[in-house]
Structures are given as structure tokens and as C-alpha cells.
Write a protein that binds this ligand. Sequence first.
Ligand SMILES: [Zn+2]
Length: 364
Amino acid sequence: MAKTPERALRLLKKLWPVAIARVEEEVAQMQSLADAEAVGIKIAPWDYRYYAEKIRKAKYALDSDELKQYLQLDKLIAAMHFVASELFNFEFTLVPKGQVPVFHEDVKVWAVTNKKSGNFVGLWYLDPFARPGKHSGAWAMEYRSHESFDGEVKSLVSNNCNFIKGTPGQPVLISWSDAKTLFHEFGHALHYLSSNVVYPTLNEGRPDYTEFQSQLLERWLLTSKVTQRYLLHVKTGESLSKELLAKIVNVAKFNQGFETTEYLASAIVDLLYHTSPLSGLDPDSFEREALNTLSMPDEIVMRYRSPHFRHIFTGEDYSAGYYSYIWADVIAADAAAAFAEAPSGYYDRELSKKLVKREFDGKK
Ligand SMILES: [Zn+2]
């Protein structure tokens, strides 16, 4: 999407002064804490995480066990299907066991159809639980991509996570960050399912665009329709209190100066390497000069220093591509703001037509 290095760099440099201004505030907070402790230090990079953690405990404390009681896996899956139905017009119907072959008994399959036309869209597989030999983390992938080059081929899409199964018959409870990841990866799945390309090669999205879908969908976890209907206490059935919701929103702002700055420093240096003549370049002084020019705060180091920054020269997909995370983040923030301002908010039917071209909007 960025098209030229200059456009990518322009965005990063626009964010930079805001990020380092926030670092200044964070350091001031930490410094006054250290002064109050009379430890006689000036905050340095090796103090940052230690004092940030103290600030988090004092000002942003969130009881993750308390929060977990509202995060039942089955209800979150139902919430995601609800969002997909409202926004994408997709209806998810659980396929009875045995009708579609799966590689493990934990894997469930849903048939996805278009709510208006009844047309079949594809299959959605969910492999939720950890087991020996399974790759760690959470991800979305396609077993088969949509195309219509030589007849209509439907998508076979999967979401994979590593939750702990728990007691049979008992609801599985997950953490807030896992719930966010679940929505994030489901955003990728919805993107795959929305494909209307003719040529199979066009299914391969660019990184600064594909993360937009997933980062945007995370926002629906905090919409009131989801929190009130699906985030229900496992014992009392009550929905999340206003206080707890406010805390979640507040926590998202914690340490953002640090995180944005350490990230941006790496993303900018990545682009500078790729736009500079490489012959005779000394990475040590190159990095030093780049950071000097940026007025990198003394209290922070870049997230990846040049010698262990895999993104820089690891291949066509990653090289000069570290900017793409924040690029997608900015578009997702813009799109979320558009939904927040729309007449029906995050569930505005007119605006969701701009997000995805749905069958009843004229797609064949
Ligand atoms: Zn992603």
C-alpha cells in the first residue's frame, strides 16, 4: 500500500515526535518514583522495564483472574460469529462431526453461508486447544484459497490457538490478551472468506494491508453489543462492569511511549538501510548516526539492534517491511474512528459495505 519508501518513512516520522514526547512523560513519572525511593539514580534503559512495571502495578492494575471469569471461549466464538453476521453477512453453522474430515478430534468445522442469498461461502475450521506436537501461538491460515479462474473454488479457512482444555463439560476461560488474539486471527479468517479474486495469485495480500483486517476486528471485542451479550461472568452470568471496562481501556495506554518508540526506531532504521548505498556501510556507525539524527531518547534502545534484526535482510517479504505493522495500525485506527462516528456505530450497515463488498451489494 505504501508504494514508496518515502511514503512509509513520512508516516513513521510523523509519529516519531508524538512517541518521544510520551516517553518524556513516562520517564518523568518513573524518575519521580525513583527519587521518592531515594535510590539516587537517573532512569537508564536498564531501569525502564523495572520502573514501568512499578507504575503499571500502581496505576494500571488489572486483576487478570477477575477478568478471565468473563471470558468463556464458547461465548467468544459466538461473539465473533455475531460480529461476522452483522458486518460481513456471514452465517456460521456448525457442521456435525464426521461430515467433514478433520486431522484431530478437537477440530470443529462451521459452514459459512451468505445470510441474504444463502450461498455457500466456505468452511471455517477451529483448532482451539494445545496438545503435544502442535505449533505454539495463534494463527490463521487457508487450506485452500478462493479463486474463480477455472470455476468457483471456495475457501477452506482455519483459526488455530493453544488454549488449555480444562475439565470436560466446564467452560474454558481465557485471558484478555488471548481474547484479543482470537478476534485478531478471526479478522484474517474473515479476510480470506471475503476473497472475490479471479486469479489465485491475487489472494496473496501485502503485509501493510493484511494486518489491517485483523487489527480492526480486535476493536469489536470492546463494543457494547459484545461486552453485554457475550462477556458474561461464568458463575453469575452478569456482564462486565463499567469499572472493569474502564480499566481495560486505560491499560491499553500503558507504556505506549516506550513501545511505540522502540518499535519506530527499528522501523525507521530498517527503511534507512534499504534506501542508502550499502557499499562501505558500517552498520555500527550507520545505526548510531541514524539514532542521533532522530534524537533517540537516552532511556530507550531500539527494539531490534541491527545485528539481530531479522526483518532487515531476511527476504522479499520482510525486508524494509517493519513499518507495515504501524501502517496497518494507523489505517485500522482511522477505520475504527469512522465506525465510532457512524450513525449506528460499530454496527453501521452502510459503513460496513465499504469495509467488505458483500454478495447482496452486487458481488456475483
Ligand atoms: Zn495478524
